[in-house]
Design a protein around this ligand. Structure first.
Ligand code: ATP
Length: 290
């Protein structure tokens, strides 16, 4: 799937601005960004629910807005299943089977059994987590090639969440499917995603292959005889400070920063393992809530 120069204007406001990236099959892509950055609008446009003001979404090098049948390969799971609440699980099953020609009914029942989800006459009677789970089960049973999930783990308890995350990883393992997830949960994404696309004010701020991103930064604990020398503040991001113990982030390529630190002969300089959340602190200037 190719997202090409995608722009979307709603009520004179440019929500998406020239967004471009490619989704390879067998990958999990994490879309992250602060509230209102444009993640949901992007997913809805990629699913063909919203039409772009400019740009295109291509599957098999053809526009999904010109060849509507291609939309059968894409499935969008919204962060709320309100629209389903008055239907029974059987009715929803029937609806999806009609829309998605490759819908796998056996797989649907197998997943319902695996997650011990009962069939109900009104989806509204499910708990919040059960609704989220049901939407995910339906999504994977469609056998669509591109599954777009908006905040999929909202409302799931820890045990179900782990099972769902495991399911996502298994689903892409055969390289037939890609999963694109919008999430605030960086800690979850970092164990699954191959790529992270950070959206800021409707633009792709950064698009990183996760392993490359992690190797770009160093997280370290550093202690000097006194407070951290002033000149170092411009070179490093301080993540935490307890007394004279500073936890810092610095760019691995930035030799000036590294030389500056060592020229002040730190009493301790110890590299720590880096999380995705740390990187967002570095990139968004202390705003870890993306
Ligand atoms: N139908 C609409 N009419 C007017 N403005 C809209 C509409 N849909 C989205 N927007 C605006 O577009 C911007 C991006 O919204 P969007 O829901 O895509 O962000 P998001 O990154 O998914 O946010 P969140 O993390 O809070 O879910 C927001 O400023 C929102 O108010």
């Amino acid at each position: 799937m190719k997202v090409q120069h995608l722009s979307k204007i709603i009520h004179n406001k440019e929500i998406l601005k020239d967004i471009e990236f490619e989704v390879e099959t067998g990958n999990i892509i994490g879309i992250v960004g602060r509230n209102g950055a444009g993640k949901t609008t992007l997913l809805r446009t990629m699913a063909g629910i919203l039409s772009p003001t400019k740009g295109d979404v291509l599957v098999e090098d053809k526009s999904i807005f010109e060849q509507h049948k291609l939309k059968e390969q894409i499935l969008f799971v919204p962060d709320s299943s309100e629209a389903l609440k008055n239907y029974s699980t059987k009715e929803i099953l029937k609806l999806y089977k009609a829309i998605y020609p490759n819908f796998d009914t056996d797989y649907f029942h197998a997943l319902m059994g695996k997650f011990a989800l009962p069939q109900v006459s009104k989806i509204g009677t499910y708990s919040k987590g059960m609704k989220a789970l049901f939407s995910i089960i339906i999504a994977f049973a469609t056998k669509a090639h591109y599954i777009l999930l908006d905040e999929p783990t909202d409302g799931l308890d820890v045990i179900v969440k782990k099972q769902v995350l495991q399911l996502l990883v298994e689903e892409v393992a055969d390289k037939e499917r890609s999963v694109i997830i919008s999430s605030h949960r960086l800690d979850e994404l970092e164990f699954m995603a191959n790529d992270i696309i950070m959206i800021k004010d409707g633009r792709v701020d950064t698009h990183y292959e996760l392993d490359a991103l992690k190797s770009q930064y160093i997280k370290a604990q550093v202690v000097f005889e006194a407070d951290m020398p002033d000149e170092l503040h411009e070179h490093v991001t301080i993540v935490a400070q307890t007394g004279r113990v500073y936890t810092i982030l610095l760019d691995r390529q930035n030799e000036v920063a590294s030389n500056a630190i060592h020229s002040h002969s730190p009493l301790l300089f110890e590299e720590l393992s880096l999380s995705l959340e740390d990187i967002f602190v570095a990139k968004l200037g202390g705003e870890s809530d993306v």
